[in-house]
Design a protein around this ligand. Structure first.
Ligand code: HEM
Length: 418
């Protein structure tokens, strides 16, 4: 049940609703809460840790409208009349402030310029050519699990594969992977302001490292994306050094954690639904629709970055005020019964499957083909090597992390023999 039943506050403004979308309990079974939120309306006002007051869309239709209406909703709060971010950026040290310079933080035309520099590298053909490298990396990681009765797939497989792949793509030296892992492990509780602050030194170190490595002679491979972007930097200043470092940080962050949680969440879903897993074993051609269903059912990125209203207007029955903040609650959109038959059912043959797990509109995920490929290969190689693999603990004892906007398993303990 919603904890707060109040629809409007004393001054007529919508009162913040108190749905739990952060706890480990929510992440273990989000759909009942998502259904209650949808029953409260297509837009639900929430107060989220760190972000503060924000409206979340609860339906597929409202989510699509929010993400596609670039005239009324913008990413850069400066384009919606707010000077707060600009002021904060002025006082932030450059090393942290530059992180706001990436494509996801900008609207067109800056967004188009930045995305245009890397679009080519993420096209279908180039990504498909990475399959042998991804498969070889998966096999190497699986070799380490041979002879072991049990493992935590989160620590031993699901984190390492996307990390190695994005490092290889960017051209970051392999010898530094262990260090990244330690840094990335530092930020596991984004619902807690102190935990986020504690992670700042790690972010600082990684930004400084990326700046160093991306300079000529800094150690990045000449065949990787960093070297290619470096060339763009030289061409009439199409990309400043800060923008380059920000871009690498975005690709590194966006390409790695998200995919980890799709692979681990997808494996969890398959092991939790024995019938669907058997169906996949009997008919491996179902793999592409199975990956799409994992994307919908797990929804590893649960909400988009905030959008800001550019003006006052009416939308979804609400009087929107300029500068107000909205986010598309993708996991709610993906469970909307108006769009999906029996959304609580995990169905690896579901088709069509118009999930919004990669967002939509101009910020539609740049890495969607890479994420799909990595997930397919990761699941195929693992199940081929260990066909009898199953959860090592009861389903109810699987622990999810307390997080805002990301659905992440804490561990994925498995046993390899039947
Ligand atoms: C399962 C894996 C992934 C999921 C669920 C996912 C999800 C998303 C979502 C929802 C957005 C839109 C955010 C918004 O509109 O606020 C997005 C954007 C983005 N993603 Fe992904 N992503 C995944 C993997 C990747 C990978 C592998 C890469 C690249 C290596 C990547 C790079 C990006 C970038 C650069 C953007 C910003 C695009 C723009 O602003 O134009 N993502 N992703």
């Amino acid at each position: 049940m919603p904890l707060s039943e109040t629809e409007t506050g004393a001054n007529g403004a919508a009162a913040v609703r108190d749905f739990d979308i952060v706890s480990a309990g929510f992440h273990a079974d989000p759909m009942p809460t998502l259904a209650r939120m949808r029953a409260a309306g297509p837009l639900v006002p929430m107060k989220l840790p760190i972000m503060g007051k924000i409206w979340l869309t609860t339906t597929h239709q409202a989510s699509v409208e929010l993400l596609k209406d670039h005239d009324r909703f913008v990413r850069d709060p400066g384009n919606a009349g707010s000077r707060t971010q600009a002021r904060v950026l002025k006082v932030l040290p450059r090393t942290l402030g530059l992180l706001a310079l990436n494509m996801l933080g900008h609207d067109d035309p800056e967004h188009r310029r930045l995305r245009g520099l890397v679009d080519q590298a993420f096209q279908r053909k180039g990504i498909a050519a990475l399959e042998p490298m991804i498969a070889a990396t998966a096999d190497r990681l699986l070799d380490r699990l041979e002879g072991r009765g049990e493992a935590d797939l989160m620590a031993d497989y699901c984190r390492d594969l996307p990390l190695s792949v994005i490092c290889a793509m960017l051209g970051l030296p392999e010898k530094d992977h262990g260090w990244f892992k330690a840094w990335l492990g530092g930020l596991t509780d984004t619902a807690n302001v102190w935990a986020v602050l504690k992670a700042v030194p790690g972010v600082w170190r990684i930004v400084s490292y990326l700046r160093r490595v991306s300079r000529p002679g800094g150690g990045a491979s000449p065949d990787g994306l960093i070297a290619a972007l470096r060339e763009a930097e030289g061409e009439d200043g199409r990309l400043s050094e800060d923008e380059l470092v920000s871009m690498i940080f975005l690709l590194f962050g966006a390409g790695q954690e998200t995919t980890t949680h799709l692979i681990s969440g997808g494996l969890w879903a398959l092991m939790a639904h024995a019938g669907e897993r058997q169906r996949l074993a009997d008919d491996p051609t179902l793999m592409p629709t199975a990956v799409e269903e994992c994307l919908r059912f797990v929804s590893p990125v649960q909400m988009t970055k905030p959008r800001f209203a550019r003006a006052d207007f009416e939308w979804q029955g609400m009087a929107v005020k300029r500068g107000e903040m909205f986010s598309a609650f993708l996991s709610a959109a993906n469970a909307d019964p108006e769009k999906f038959d029996d959304p609580r059912r995990f169905d690896i043959g579901r088709h069509p499957n118009p999930h919004l797990s990669f967002g939509t509109g101009v910020h539609f995920c740049l890495g969607f083909q890479l994420a799909r490929l990595e997930t397919r290969v990761a699941i195929e190689r693992l199940l081929a090597r260990f066909p009898a693999m199953r959860l090592a603990v009861e389903l109810e004892r699987i622990v999810w992390r307390k997080r805002v906007g990301i659905r992440a398993l804490a561990q994925l303990p498995v046993r390899f023999a039947a």
